[in-house]
Every structure is written in structure tokens, then in C-alpha cells.
Design a binder for this molecule. Structure first.
Ligand code: SF4
Length: 371
């Protein structure tokens, strides 16, 4: 949030544009929302199935292309090292392979979701295999009892099917609506109302949108559900690196899954006596790989320390050409020159044992971490 406020106007315009043609009749009131207090974060209680739900962080699922060869795996956040696949900083947790699934070696950290007709053959070769069923398939297809089941369901199906849903199925709640948020939320509240503990993965398709429309729509639809603690996983299409970056940024911004450094910054004002944007960019470039660390960059010593919340470290302007460094709320370097101050910040992090060298392949395309 260090940019000039007028740079937020195009984003605000895009948000308004998304709703320009929405008829008020599509909005459904949500009496059940009253049963879910959103004034503070709490996560819906679910059972853990495999690594989804319970206390697990929300997972990220992507759809694989029809032919999934080794090079295609790279777009899902994996790199090939010898005969193994290693996960990069952000990577898909599961791939849905509707047709193929035939990469020569399969990454250890990647689950595989397939259609029921391929389950018997694939699961003998790949222990990570799980199955995606519609409600109709669940009723008619035989699947081993110990198989992990993803059950694809729509909000409309929930009232009629709720008693039939097996206790340990992961629900893949999908909607084709242009504005799906309220319907998805109502469906999950319906589950809560019936004491369902099934984990819920939200599946949405933004194929028809441009990248910037995709960004705005996914942030609204998924950001709200993540902030309300109603979602155990996210599956968006179209898949690929853009979607992967976007979803992990949303998870970071909602603090539901931390994969980058968290940066806290003031908007700057007349009290700021250094170039906050330039300095923030430089600090981000040096420290964006320190996953989970919170670093505040504040314009002045008058209000900065009070506004940097629960930051682990603070870089705070304290006069013309001077800054002070904080560890938590404690000042540890007072009024040092700005030249070399970022090196001192790095040294402080190092002394505390919180520094690590960036990997060459560190994936953070904009070098920004999360702000
Ligand atoms: S922290 Fe200081 S410089 Fe930053 S906006 Fe607040 S008063 Fe202005």
C-alpha cells in the first residue's frame, strides 16, 4: 500500500464494472449467515481427510492439461532435479488429470485426482491417486472403502443430498454463476446447519475472463470465503502459473497460508522523509524469500511504531536521512544513516537466526512478497 492512492482508482473501477449488470433480484438474503459470526476469524470445524480440512492449511488444486508430460509439470510449481521432482516455494497440492496422468515420475508432494473409470488401474501405480465423483457416480460406482473421495457437488444439490454424503468425503463445491459468492456461502452455511464436518474445496471457472478480470473476480469470490474461514481448499480454472501466483497471493493476504514474507507498510505522508516506495522495493527484493517473517517499513517514528502491528522487524524513518530499526516493538538501532541501513536490517535478521540465503529458483515473480 505504498503506491499513490490514485493508483487504486482503476482497480476500484474494475470492481464496479463487474457488478454493473447484476440484477438486484439475483441477490438472495442469507438468514443462516446470522448463525456464523464473521466479526472475528474462526475456521469452520471439519475433519481432516488426507491433508485437507481439520487443522491443515487450505490446499490448492489445479486441472492438468490433457497430455501431462514432465515439462508440463513445471507450470504447477515443480522443478526436476535428477530423477526427482522438487516443489518450488509455491506449488499445486493436487492435480486433476481427466485424461492423462502419465508423467514418468510423479512428485512426492503432489496428489493426483482422477476419474472413477481410471481409478483401479492408476492407483496400483500411483499411491497418491484419489478419485473425483459426482453424486450420481457415488451412487453407482464401486470404489474401495479406503480411497480418498472428492465429491463434486453444486449448492443446489446440497439440501437433497446432505444425508447421503459420506462423512469422510471432501466436497468440491462448484458454481457456474457469474456472481457465485452468496450461493457458495449459503451452501456452506447449510452444511454447518446440518453439522456436516466434510472439508470443502471451492471450485470456480474463470476461463471467460481476462487476467485482470480473473484477479478481481477470484479475489472477491474466494477472498471472502477464506476470510470467513469457510474454505479448506481452492480449485480455479484456467490453471497455470498465473492462477497459482494469484491463489497463493490470496492465501497470503487472508493469512490462511503463508508462503512469502509479510510486508507491512504505511501509505506515507508529509512526515515521511525518505522515498518509501523505492526503499520498500529494495527491502522486498532483499528479504522476500524469508517465508513467514513480518517486516514493517514505516515513514515516521511518530506513528510508525504504533501502526506496525505485530511485525517481527521494523524499518522506521526517524529524521532526514536517518532511520531506526526495531525488533518487535523494541528499538535496537537508533537514528542510523539510511545508507547501509538495509544491510543492518539483514544483519539483525541474521543475528536472530532468521536469515537464510535465497534459492536461485526462488519463485516470487514480482519480488514483492505480500504487502
Ligand atoms: S506512519 Fe508516519 S509517515 Fe506513515 S502515514 Fe503514518 S504519520 Fe505518515
Amino acid at each position: 500500500m505504498t503506491e499513490e492512492p490514485e493508483r487504486e482508482i482503476p482497480v476500484a473501477r474494475q470492481i464496479v464494472k463487474r457488478y454493473e449488470n447484476r440484477s438486484s433480484s439475483t441477490y438472495k438474503s442469507e438468514d443462516k449467515l446470522l448463525e456464523w459470526d464473521t466479526s472475528e476469524f474462526k475456521r469452520r470445524k471439519t475433519v481432516a481427510v488426507d491433508n485437507i480440512g481439520g487443522a491443515h492449511q487450505p490446499v490448492v488444486i489445479q486441472s492438468a492439461p490433457e497430455i501431462l508430460n514432465n515439462s508440463a509439470l513445471k507450470q504447477f510449481g515443480f522443478r526436476e532435479v535428477g530423477e526427482r521432482w522438487l516443489p518450488r516455494n509455491i506449488h499445486a497440492d493436487y492435480l486433476y488429470c481427466a485424461v492423462d496422468g502419465g508423467a514418468d515420475t510423479w512428485p512426492e508432494d503432489l496428489g493426483l485426482i482422477i476419474k472413477p473409470e481410471r481409478f483401479a488401474t492408476v492407483c496400483t501405480k500411483n499411491a497418491a491417486a484419489t478419485v473425483l465423483l459426482t453424486m450420481q457416480e457415488y451412487r453407482s460406482v464401486e470404489i474401495p472403502n479406503d480411497a480418498v473421495i472428492f465429491l463434486q457437488i453444486t449448492p443446489d444439490e446440497i439440501p437433497a443430498c446432505i444425508e447421503e454424503i459420506p462423512a469422510e468425503a471432501i466436497l468440491v463445491l462448484s458454481s457456474q454463476e457469474q456472481y457465485p459468492l452468496h450461493r457458495l456461502r449459503s451452501a456452506i452455511l447449510e452444511l454447518i446447519h446440518h453439522n456436516s464436518r466434510n472439508p470443502v474445496v471451492i471450485k470456480l471457472d474463470y476461463h471467460q475472463l481476462t487476467d485482470s478480470e480473473f484477479l478481481i473476480a477470484a479475489s472477491i469470490d474466494l477472498g471472502a470465503l477464506l476470510l470467513e474461514g469457510l474454505c479448506d481448499g481452492v480449485w480455479v480454472d484456467p490453471p497455470g502459473e498465473f492462477a497459482l501466483e494469484l491463489i497463493f497471493s490470496l492465501l497470503q493476504a487472508t493469512r490462511t497460508r503463508i508462503t512469502k514474507t509479510d510486508f507491512i507498510s504505511c501509505p506515507s505522508c508529509g512526515r515521511t522523509l525518505f522515498d518509501l516506495q523505492e526503499t520498500s522495493a529494495y527491502i522486498r527484493a532483499r528479504t522476500a524469500h524469508l517465508k513467514g517473517l513480518k517486516i514493517a517499513i514505516m515513514g515516521c517514528i511518530v506513528n510508525g511504531p504504533g501502526e506496525m502491528a505485530d511485525a517481527d522487524y521494523g524499518y522506521v524513518g526517524s529524521g532526514r536521512g536517518r532511520i531506526s530499526l526495531y525488533r518487535g516493538k523494541t528499538i535496537v538501532k537508533k537514528n542510523i544513516k539510511t545508507e547501509g541501513a538495509v544491510d543492518e536490517l539483514v544483519e539483525l535478521i541474521r543475528q536472530d537466526g532468521n536469515w537464510k540465503e535465497p534459492e536461485n529458483n526462488f519463485v516470487n515473480s514480482d519480488n514483492r512478497g505480500a504487502v
